[in-house]
Design a binder for this molecule. Structure first.
Ligand code: SF4
Length: 270
């Protein structure tokens, strides 16, 4: 990778509102930009020797000055004190990916911004695109029933407004298709900032897109569900997306989803 490519790489993330570079791993790590540039420089091949230059300067000319890297000032991704208001302001009238083309509204997320539990879905559908709120269509109504019905049965006093609900992408994909990897990566930065700002005790990932975005895995929900995973240091329970549960032949999945939800609710609220 050339120095120009590195600069473009860093500027790309700056355009996304990224302020700190995070490294996947067991612990959350923020790398300062100078250290990052040093690391990247150490990976670069050495500068070509003078004899490799097609047109070397005349002997009397001064040697070419070493290329100076002026790193862009990155705004931290999740700085101390990051707030939902700041994240929403950074999103603005976002046109960072192609999903902006067909949307009516950005669906930022809703619920208690100090929630101990966050649900993450895939992306807005038609009802969400029209209302600007996540999970308000049939799948959303089922999610509300799942949260409130399970909590009531288990003697846990919470209602849907007590949790926070967001999606991997904030604009409706055309024809409700699955978000593409680049769309998930670009918009996922905002979801990650939301999660870091809320700092929930647990996250419930609804469906394989949310699981993929949070866990970077290609495993399906059937394999992941029922066991705790981790997004950095926050426990994640993967379960079925409510829209999958609305299909009539998924009785087993419904029972499993309720079991998953019971496990999450007791972990968070007991
Ligand atoms: S999906 Fe996310 S990144 Fe893409 S345009 Fe909408 S808000 Fe921006």
């Amino acid at each position: 990778m050339t120095r120009d490519e590195i600069r473009q790489f860093l500027e790309f993330y700056q355009d996304l509102g990224v302020k700190t570079i995070f490294e996947r791993g067991s612990a959350l790590q923020a790398e300062s930009l100078p250290e990052l540039v040093d690391d990247l420089n150490s990976l670069l091949p050495p500068l070509p020797a003078a004899k490799a230059t097609p047109k070397p300067p005349p002997p009397t000319a001064p040697p070419p000055a070493p290329m100076k890297i002026t790193p862009p000032t990155l705004i931290p991704l999740a700085p101390e004190g990051d707030t939902m208001q700041a994240i929403r302001a950074d999103i603005g009238d976002c046109r960072r990916c192609r999903l902006c083309e067909g949307r009516n509204q950005i669906v930022f997320g809703s619920g208690n911004e100090g929630a101990r539990l966050v649900f993450v879905g895939e992306g807005p559908g038609a009802d969400e695109d029209a209302s600007g709120l996540p999970f308000v269509g049939r799948a959303g109504q089922l999610l509300t029933q799942m949260i409130e019905g399970t909590a009531a049965k288990e003697g846990i006093k919470i209602l849907r407004p007590d949790v926070y609900i967001a999606n991997v992408v904030k604009c409706r994909p055309p024809e409700n298709r699955t978000p593409m990897p680049d769309e998930m990566e670009i918009c996922g930065q905002f979801l990650f900032r939301q999660l870091l700002a809320i700092k929930p005790k647990a996250i419930c990932a609804l469906g394989s897109t949310a699981a993929k975005a949070l866990l970077g895995t290609k495993e399906g929900v059937t394999k992941l569900r029922g066991n705790w995973q981790r997004w950095y240091d926050i426990p994640v329970m993967v379960t079925y997306h409510p829209s999958y549960l609305l299909r009539p032949y998924n009785q087993n999945a419904k029972r499993e989803a309720w079991e998953d939800l019971k496990k999450v609710l007791h972990f968070v609220y007991d």
